[in-house]
Design a protein around this ligand. Structure first.
Ligand SMILES: Nc1ncnc2c1ncn2[C@@H]1O[C@H](COP(=O)(O)OP(=O)(O)O)[C@@H](O)[C@H]1O
Ligand SMILES: NC(=O)OP(=O)(O)O
Length: 313
């Protein structure tokens, strides 16, 4: 029976250290090589979604640095759309190459995707999503002078970053089109960067300035396209309780009830593992299907031996 999988790619799938186009394309190629394993059985449909935090923030900076009255900087939602094109292009090339190397004949495409959000989502009053580069404490003073309207916060001990609002996805506008395309056998890159945030007014979609968390959009997309599995690929093979302590313990199969307990205990860091587990849990709760959180380099380990953290009803 055909299986439909939505994969959410973490930051390390695209950007390691070097932000150049060459380095990001090299990272995307190595990601694509791992992803081909999902299609080995010839009976799986794959929808790939990815983050855009570093890219959208960097592109906003480039927009601002060259902006003039005749050539104004584009708003954040439109810059988000640009990153879907940018990363989708890299991913298409990489998948073509990776499939060809394995003599696999797969069509690939990217769909510029809009994600519906609530104009009254409280997230618009409280910026939480880090985008763009990291700044040192000394650089923050300078950046704040240049951009007094920006919110800048410390990001998990790694430096300071600009944060923007990150409303929760209500729906994915292109969900039905995506379903049709995967049913036609196309490996699809969709809802990149969490999707372009839009609100609906008088039957029209209007872009709003925010960056949606790709793990939440992936879960919403997986729910709307009736996916059999949601697979969140990040930098760790398993999620842990007592993470980074001597009592650290890897989680293998976890029920929703257990995951809820760990969440309530504060086992998962906000802004990193917490949104992933929340997104995974929401998919499992709403669909009764399973969600997986593991690393990119464990794709084969998961597919062949069930390794990773698997969340079940
Ligand atoms: N309880 C936990 N178990 C495993 N990893 C955790 C936990 N809490 C925080 N993390 C961190 O969360 C990271 C994943 O979040 P992040 O780097 O934001 O994801 P992304 O892959 O989407 O870029 C892991 O690499 C790990 O460093
Ligand atoms: N949009 C989004 O969630 O991007 P990152 O995963 O890169 O933060």
């Amino acid at each position: 029976m055909t299986k439909r999988i939505v994969v959410a790619l973490g930051g390390n799938a695209i950007l390691t250290k070097d932000s150049s186009a060459e380095a990001q394309q090299a990272a995307v190629l190595s990601t694509a090589q791992q992803l081909t394993s999902f299609l080995k059985d010839g009976d799986t449909q794959l929808i790939i979604t990815h983050g855009n935090g570093p890219q959208v923030g960097n592109l906003v900076l480039q927009q601002l640095s060259g902006s003039t009255e005749k050539n104004p900087a584009m708003p954040l939602h439109t810059v988000g759309a640009m990153t879907q094109g940018e990363i989708g292009f890299w991913m298409e090339n990489a998948l073509n190459k990776a499939f060809a190397a394995k003599n696999m004949d797969e069509d690939v495409a990217t769909i510029v995707t809009r994600t519906l959000v609530d104009a009254h989502d409280p997230a618009f009053q409280n910026a939480t999503k880090p985008i763009g580069p990291f700044y040192t404490e000394a650089e923050v003073a300078d950046i704040t002078k240049q951009h007094p309207d920006w919110d800048i916060v410390e990001d998990a001990g790694r430096g300071y970053r600009r944060v923007v609002p990150s409303p929760k996805p209500i729906s994915i506008v292109e969900a039905d089109v995506i379903k049709k395309m995967v049913n036609d056998g196309i490996t699809l890159i969709a809802a990149g960067g969490g999707g372009i945030p839009v609100i609906k007014e008088n039957n029209e979609f209007i872009g709003v300035d925010a960056v949606i968390d790709k793990d939440f959009s992936a879960a919403k997309l997986a729910e709307l396209v009736d996916a059999d599995e949601l697979v969140v690929l990040t930098a760790v093979k398993n999620i842990f309780v007592n993470f980074n302590t001597p009592e650290q313990k890897a989680l293998t199969t976890v029920t929703l009830a257990q995951a809820q307990e760990y969440l309530a205990e504060g086992q998962f860091a906000a802004g990193s593992m917490k949104p992933k587990i929340e997104a995974a849990m929401s998919f499992v709760k709403l669909t009764g299907k399973k969600a997986v959180i593991t690393s990119l380099d464990n794709v084969t380990g998961y597919l062949e031996d069930g390794l990773g953290t698997i969340i079940v009803p």
